[in-house]
Write a protein that binds this ligand. Structure first.
Ligand SMILES: [Zn+2]
Length: 399
C-alpha cells in the first residue's frame, strides 16, 4: 500500500498528514519540449503534504518512477561539487576513514565522487546507480558499478557479491526516495557494525527561511531539516557524529553517523509543524515581493528575462513568474531552441539579452554559478542591464 493510500508520514509513521501547498497538475519539470505545444504531455497533480505529528514536509502522491527517470540520458553532466573534498576531510576526522576501507556509494552517478576518493588514496570503492547512462560513464572510469535501484532485496545480493562495507556514502539521493524505511534497512544491511554512513541532502531550512518555492520539485519527495534527518538516523540505529552545511545547489546538509543497534522503541519525533507550515505563507510573500519589485521599477515583461532553464527556473515560471518574464536564456547548448514545459517559452542563448533590449535579468542559477554568468554577460551590464536573483540563497536576491 502506498504512502498516499495510508496518508502515512514517511518519517514518524503518523497518519495525520494534510496538504500544505497545492500546485495543481504539473509537467515533468526537466522535460524540455521540441515545440511550444504541451498538449498531450504527461502531467501529475503535485501536492506538498505536511505531517501534523512531526511536521515533516513530503510529497505523498509521487510521480511514477518510469516518468521521472526514463530520460536521464537527456540530462547534462553532473554538477561540479567542490565541497566533496571537505566532506572527505570530515570523514577522515569523524569516521576514521582510512585507505584500506571498503567504501560504497549509493547513487554514484557518473563516478565523480568515487574519482575524488580514488585520488585521495581510497581505492576499494563500489558504486550503485540506477541510471544506465551515467553508470556507464562511471564504469568507463574504471569503477565497479551495480546498475540498479537500491533496496533491501538488492542489498542481500550486494553483500554476497562484495561483502560488508566500512563506509556508505549517499549524497543527494534520500530526498528522491519514497520507501525511506526500506532504504535505511538496506543501508544497515550492507554496512559493518560500527561502520559509518554519510548522508547529504538538500537543506529544507534554506527555502523555508526564504519562502523559495523553486525547491519544490516533483523529483524531491522528502524535504529534510537537520532535526528530521537526525530522527530518521536515530530511528534506524545510527548515532550522528558530525553535521555540516554547504552552499551548494541551494544549500546542502550533511550528517555523518555511526551504525549501532536499532532501538526497540523509536526516539521522540521532531515537533516542526508550526515552523514548517510557515513555508506556504513565506512562498506567497516572496512571489509578491518579486512581482512588486518589477512593477515598481516599471519593467514590462518584454524587458525582463530569466537566466536559467533548469528545474528551479521552470518551477518559478510555472508558479508565478510566467506572466512577468518575456525571455528565457541559458548557455547550455542542449537546452537552446527547446521549449519549457507548461509556460511554452523558448530557450535562447544569453547574447539575446542585448539583442532583445532586455533591461533586467533574473538569475535562476545556483549561487555558486552566479558570478560566472554575470562575467560572461559583461556587454549586457555595460549597456545598462542589471542582474537580480530569484533563487535563495543569493547576495543578489530580490527581497
Ligand atoms: Zn511525521
Amino acid at each position: 500500500m502506498s504512502d498516499l493510500e495510508t496518508n502515512r508520514c514517511r518519517i514518524c509513521g503518523g497518519t495525520e498528514c494534510g496538504v500544505l501547498m497545492d500546485f495543481g497538475p504539473r509537467p515533468i519539470t526537466k522535460r524540455l519540449l521540441p515545440t511550444p505545444d504541451a498538449s498531450g504531455e504527461f502531467t501529475h497533480h503535485i501536492k506538498l503534504d505536511i505531517c501534523h505529528t512531526c511536521g515533516f514536509v513530503q510529497i505523498l502522491d509521487t510521480v511514477p518512477e518510469r516518468e521521472l527517470y526514463s530520460e536521464y540520458a537527456l540530462q547534462s553532466t553532473w554538477k561540479p561539487q567542490p565541497h566533496f573534498l571537505d566532506e572527505i576531510a570530515k570523514l577522515k576526522e569523524f569516521a576514521a576513514l582510512a585507505p584500506a576501507d571498503f567504501i560504497m556509494e549509493i547513487g554514484c552517478n557518473d563516478g565523480s565522487a568515487l574519482l575524488s576518493l580514488r585520488e585521495q588514496g581510497m581505492v576499494k570503492v563500489l558504486g550503485v546507480e540506477p541510471s544506465s547512462d551515467v553508470a556507464a560513464i562511471a564504469k568507463s572510469r574504471g569503477f565497479d558499478v551495480i546498475n540498479d535501484f537500491f533496496n533491501t532485496e538488492r542489498a542481500e545480493a550486494v553483500v554476497s557479491g562484495h561483502g560488508l562495507c566500512d563506509l556508505l556514502i549517499c549524497r543527494q539521493v534520500l530526498e528522491h526516495v519514497a520507501y525511506l524505511d526500506d532504504f535505511m534497512l538496506a543501508i544497515r544491511a550492507v554496512l559493518k557494525e560500527g561502520g559509518h554512513l554519510m548522508l547529504e541532502v538538500p537543506d529544507f531550512n534554506v527555502p523555508l527561511q526564504y519562502g523559495d518555492v523553486s525547491a519544490i520539485w516533483e523529483e524531491h519527495v522528502n524535504y529534510f531539516t537537520e532535526e528530521s534527518l537526525r530522527f530518521l538516523l536515530l530511528k534506524h540505529g545510527f548515532t550522528p557524529v558530525h553535521t555540516c552545511r554547504y552552499d551548494f545547489s541551494g544549500g546542502a546538509l550533511t550528517i555523518i553517523a555511526r551504525k549501532g543497534y536499532r532501538p526497540t522503541t523509536p526516539p521522540t519525533p521532531p515537533r516542526e509543524f508550526a515552523s514548517n507550515t510557515m513555508f506556504a505563507q513565506r512562498a506567497a510573500q516572496s512571489a509578491a515581493v518579486v512581482a512588486a519589485f518589477l512593477q515598481q521599477q516599471g519593467y514590462s515583461p518584454r524587458e525582463v528575462a530569466i537566466y536559467g532553464a533548469g528545474n528551479r527556473a521552470v518551477i518559478l515560471l510555472n508558479r508565478f513568474l510566467g506572466d512577468l518574464v518575456g525571455l528565457v536564456v541559458d548557455d547550455q547548448p542542449e537546452k537552446q531552441g527547446r521549449f519549457l514545459p507548461q509556460s511554452g517559452k523558448r530557450v535562447h542563448p544569453s547574447d539575446s539579452l542585448v539583442k532583445s533590449g532586455i533591461k533586467v535579468c533574473l538569475l535562476a542559477v545556483n549561487a555558486e554559478n552566479e558570478e560566472a554568468v554575470i562575467r560572461r554577460n559583461k556587454t549586457f551590464l555595460d549597456q545598462g542591464g542589471s542582474f537580480f536573483s530569484v533563487l535563495s540563497p543569493s547576495r543578489y536576491l530580490i527581497r
